[in-house]
Ligand binder design. Sequence first.
Ligand SMILES: [Zn+2]
Length: 323
Amino acid sequence: MAKVGGCLFRIGYFLYTRTRIGYYYHRHDVAKAKEKYGVSSGHTVIHPVEYGSLQIIPIPMALDNYAYLIVDTQSKVAVVVDPGDPEPVESVLNEMNITPEAVLITHKHWDHSGGNSQMKNHYRGIRIYGGIHDDVPDVTHNVTDHDVLEFGRLRFHVVFTPGHTEGHVVYVLDGSPFGAPDSMFSGDHLFLSGCGRMFEMKASVMLRSLDKISQMNPNTLIWPGHEYAKENLEFACHLEPNNKAAQRKRAWVNQRRQEKLCTCPSTIQEELTYNPFLRTKEESVLLSIGVLSGDTFTVPSDEVRARALTEIRELKDNFKYLL
Ligand SMILES: [Zn+2]
């Protein structure tokens, strides 16, 4: 969702999330992106990523969104994540001659859920899943923490991750039937080197949701809802100027983006080394933002870490890019 600043924020946010005005605003953004990138291409070149007979295809939408098409190529069972703009998704589905069984929605914002109604009309009987606490438009099935969704060999675990919105969820695909790592479709909860803005929940809630992710299998692949890697790593390097992992990743990401290539997936293990929002226990981060000072470093309390998260968020929102 685009930034709405100052004291008008609450009104703007209410209109965006609770009324059709939000939908039309979203369609305006989609039209702007088509003008910028052309009707038949998006912000990123489409390249399927394959793990045996598991295929994951990041599909660029709008200015910087990704939907994902997940296909078991053996059985042709397919699931779509967050098709906020259904057109580029349907064009890939048509090309592959595939009918999706389900749509998984991470949260209610229109740039993720704006395609639900059209997907419902175009694919008879399709199931549309969304978090029970998030009022996602046009869902057919509500999901909650620990739910397991199975479509043939595609098995997803639902993880409740409030913070960006009240009812945000992420979906973790079990990679084992394909001999692949697990894959997390993280919506606007976690980005490469970033996390979603805390529109609806306090920093302490977001912190708990980020800690939940940090404790998962470190090899889990992260497939986020936006292509923000370049800006996010610029900020990470600014915040931790001596962080070699951030510098290496920034160089790699800059190379990828020059060729309009996708920067995902990363892994949880990688994110822990450079993503400032996952590093609120680190001395270098806490010193850099001035939350801690002094000579002796002790493990910070959750209260200190939540304060750090708020501070990092604010610094990030005001960061001036020299890209
Ligand atoms: Zn969002």
